[in-house]
Design a protein. Sequence first.
Length: 284
Amino acid sequence: MMNASMLEPELLRAFVAVAEQQSFTRAAVQLNRTQSAVSMQIRRLEERLGVELFERASSGVRLSRAGEGLIGYARRILLLGEEAVGRLRTDAVRGAVRIGVMEDYGTCLLPPILAGFAAAHPAIDIEMQTGLTGSMIERLGEAYDLVIAMHPEGTGGGQLLRRERPVWAAGIGRAVETIDPLPLALYPQGCLFRRWVLEALDAARRPWRLAFVSHSLGAVAAVAAQGLAVTVVKAATFPPGLRALSSSDGVPSLPMAEIRLHRAATLTPAAALLADHLAAALSA
């Protein structure tokens, strides 16, 4: 019979770290433990549950079917534990945390996550700035404690949170994707999606023109929704009022991206708490 001791938080924390990093070595670095200690924790958890949680290979590790079934519960258990401790120790940690993040994440995904954190840690203030995150990483420690940024797969450093699929998008009422040259609504230079879009169209020899450029995701999406241009958005934050396009619509495929969490070299206890909370909530 399963009991609570089988799911000790330390064992679950090691399990989540290995799942996110897809490596015992990288998980050990994240947890500030030795690789053998992390391996022992995973082995102990597997023995208690009577299942193998990972499939091991020379290239790394990945979740087994049983591991995929456990990962969601593990993250929720750790988050609930953090919230419970926070409610009991409302005065334990105080301070302000400065975070930089892409606009779509800042407006769509982070608000409910930050609401849960604020409920557990009401004495911690959060200062969030949205925009292009490439320059934010350069100011990590100076202007930001944490930055959530997008990178090409396998690059960028920081902690991998999730992979993102870029999706071509257009308004519902007009087949703007058939126009030649293709009108585009994009972010300014420095946006990874903008670079990928222009490179992919050039490689496909599809003529294009920049019909609209803005730092505002809302403005870009609104222009696309009116049928004036096509744009590219993340699958996880696909705006309402748009329809997804595919290769059958004459647009080229785009690479996968990664969302990574960057921490300043030195973090306050408040910033460290928020970093762990964001990593647990956003990892997928």
